[in-house]
Design a protein around this ligand. Structure first.
Ligand code: GDP
Ligand code: IMO
Ligand code: MG
Length: 422
């Protein structure tokens, strides 16, 4: 069986931290979608690590880390990640395996991302500009360049012909874009050399054999359900399926091989980039969340927008993913609020609505809140469930009853150790 760990909001729920915490229980950690748009933060022994493409189980002695076929890989960023980890003497050759079917982000994919966003102007997605959209477009358009192509003698020809096409497309975008492709290519080819020194595998075969042999596997999601290309706030989404089904296609595992589905959410909500966000706060409360929660993007450094917890959106994500257990992150950030609010219904086209409708832009939708008493206690030093304040337990209970799934982990700080099992 394979367990899944998925973000249920707009990303940055704390997936990296929890995968790191859970890795001791697993033989294999596998990423199944997304790419270097992700930024997963791990903190232990006083050191902070941010991973973009490499799975968050990499620091553990025995776990095998797989970058699955559904992921898109930028060799340049991958090399930087490896360089950052060099001092830890990790055995990348045997512990980090890359699917031959994963697609490669070329320098011109990044340029296309920038050109596309520039042309959209005010309507831009707020992409991380890592080339994610153009790379997945080439994948579904059947023009993509895959990791396995690096094993072909003529891979450079394939690279050149795709790059040539991209340069024509960039011309089509009527925007000013300054770049020096020669320079980008020097960096790219250097990084490809490093990438080629790692181990490429047929990951679906590897993973299915591992399942047959009783190995324990955890699939690590990137982004969150509300950024899913089908079910998120389209078009302000990413270009992959971030939901449970994405793990099946992104690793080659059948639905009946999925075991537990861990859904992870923040005790409030954040979003980085453009797009609708019904419970967004523009007041003091939002500023407090941003400040106490240090809400800046782990990949781009952009400030994250903050707001109250949206239980309608959370329930929707629980449903789409078949979440069996919830994990609530950053409860510590809410300490000190007199009153907390949760969205428990919307007003949509003049009617009270209890599901996430097609069009959640501000002009179509407003939010109804339920208020609940806050707590003042500092949670960050707490280590057991019986220390948690009553008002926090009430907050948890309300969520559990609303969405119908138990919260089994409460995270009370960014460190590996600040994790309470309920
Ligand atoms: P991911 O993309 O889901 O892995 O999440 P990010 O790493 O992008 O963002 C989560 C941020 O919250 C990181 O800076 C974490 O160190 C931090 N974090 C995770 N859990 C907690 C928590 O329980 N409390 C606090 N205060 N910070 C947390
Ligand atoms: P992790 O895995 C938060 C957002 C971007 C933008 C939209 C599209 O760290 O949770 P893209 O680069 O995919 O074209 O951007 O999606 N986005 C994320 N937001 N966390 C992420 O990943 C994100 N990955 C993409 O900000 O709004
Ligand atoms: Mg992140």
């Amino acid at each position: 069986m394979i367990d899944l760990l998925l973000g249920l909001q707009w990303g940055d729920e704390g997936k990296g931290k929890i995968v790191d915490v859970l890795t001791k229980d697993y033989d294999i950690i596998a990423r199944f979608q997304g790419g270097p748009n992700a930024g997963h933060t791990l903190i232990f022994d006083g050191i902070k690590h941010v991973l973009h493409t490499i799975p968050s189980g990499i620091f553990h002695k025995t776990a095998i880390n797989i970058v699955g076929n559904g992921v898109v890989i930028d060799p340049v960023i991958f090399k930087k990640e490896l360089d950052n980890l060099a001092k830890y003497n990790l055995d990348f050759k045997t512990k980090l395996l890359i699917s031959r079917k994963a697609h490669v982000i070329l320098p011109t994919h990044r340029l296309l991302d920038a050109a596309s966003e520039a042309m959209k102007g005010k309507a831009k997605i707020g992409s991380t500009l890592k080339g994610i959209g153009p790379t997945y477009m080439d994948k579904t358009g059947r023009n993509g360049f895959r990791i396995g192509d690096f094993e072909l003698d003529n891979w450079k020809e394939k690279y050149q012909s795709l790059t040539k096409k991209h340069l024509k497309m960039i011309e089509f975008f009527d925007v000013e874009l300054e770049f020096d492709l020669k320079e980008l290519e020097i960096e790219f080819f250097e990084a490809v050399k490093v990438l080629k020194s790692l181990t490429f595998i047929d990951s679906e075969e590897y993973i299915n054999n591992a399942i047959t042999n009783g190995k324990t596997i955890l699939a690590e999601g990137a982004q969150g359900s509300l950024l899913d290309v089908d079910f998120g706030t389209y078009p302000f989404v990413t270009s992959s399926n971030t939901t449970a089904a994405g793990a099946c296609t992104g690793l080659g595992v059948a639905p009946n091989k999925i075991g537990k589905v861990f859904g992870i959410f923040k005790a409030y909500t954040t979003r980085v980039g453009s797009g609708p966000f019904p419970t967004e706060l523009f007041d003091e409360d939002g500023a407090t969340m941003a400040k106490v929660g240090q809400e800046f993007g782990a990949t781009t450094g952009r400030p994250r927008r903050c707001g109250w917890l949206d239980l309608i959106a959370l329930k929707y994500a629980v449903q789409i993913n078949g979440v069996t257990r919830l994990m609530m992150m950053k409860g510590d950030v809410l300490s000190g609020f007199d009153t907390l609010k949760m969205c428990t219904s919307y007003n949509y086209q003049g009617k009270e609505t209890f599901y996430l409708p097609y069009n959640i832009e501000e002009k179509n939708l407003s939010v109804n809140y339920t208020e609940i008493k806050g707590w003042k206690e500092d949670l960050t030093k707490m280590t057991t469930a019986d220390e948690l304040p009553k008002n926090l337990n009430d907050y948890i209970k309300y969520i559990e009853e609303f969405v119908g799934v138990p919260i089994t982990v409460v995270s009370v700080g960014p460190d590996r150790k600040q994790t309470i099992n309920k």
